[in-house]
Design a protein around this ligand. Sequence first.
Ligand SMILES: Cc1cc2nc3c(=O)[nH]c(=O)nc-3n(C[C@H](O)[C@H](O)[C@H](O)COP(=O)(O)O)c2cc1C
Length: 247
Amino acid sequence: MKIVALSCTQKRLPSLTDALLEAAIDGVVREVDDAEIQRIRLIDHRIAMCEGEDTCLDPEVGRCTLDDDFEHVVDLAEGAQAMLLAMPVYAGNVPAVLKIFQERLKSFMNARQRPFGNLLVGTIVHSRTMLTEPALGSLFPWYLRLRNKNVASACFTQNDHQDLTRTAALDLCVAVGRQLGMTLDASRSPANDRDDRAAPPLLQSPANDRTAPPLVQSPASDRTALPLVQSPARPRCGDPAASSPGA
Ligand SMILES: Cc1cc2nc3c(=O)[nH]c(=O)nc-3n(C[C@H](O)[C@H](O)[C@H](O)COP(=O)(O)O)c2cc1C
């Protein structure tokens, strides 16, 4: 099963974005036996800004005519069923390299097959001090348009941490990857025996042991559903008991 790992940092390696993305990849490969990971670092490719000529929408031309690596990047995602996307917050929003890429994908708006579309997605957003949640939110109109379904996300700010990869952020990235993997697994076999699943062990690590956060290890067969908490019965809207004064 092909999974695109899209790094949207503008930094050369090593970057924090790539470290967090690797943790999420680690999570997804634990859950998907036949995972084939296609890593894409957008910044490593020449992707020019859309020039707004709408040549791609002209039925006579039907494609973007800018001569760069865009089509190659699109080809890299061919046949993927899922995507892990990791990005830093730049100026309160998505990094320019991702915005440019999103705009270029518009050239496939009328195509039957939308590259980077119809995917299950796990998203990781991080920043130095703030605005991770609004930046995450700004991805959703794009996901919606591509008919992507975000199944798990994690947001972190560095704040006073010298190295976010030595915090529980890494565990959460693994969890995003695992959740994406489990969702892929479930979508592959709808008759899945979900009731047999055991709850994953709660991650416990002493507060002073932050050098190498333990990663959750649990085979899928160990999971059981958590007990459902049921509210007491109450009158339904429109029932006489519900509309009587004081009810
Ligand atoms: C151009 C630019 C803009 C940034 N804007 C923000 C911001 O608005 N809010 C914030 O908290 N951090 C901001 N940062 C900090 C990055 O989110 C942070 O440094 C991140 O770790 C970079 O990840 P990387 O190592 O993958 O490049 C910005 C960094 C750059 C280079």
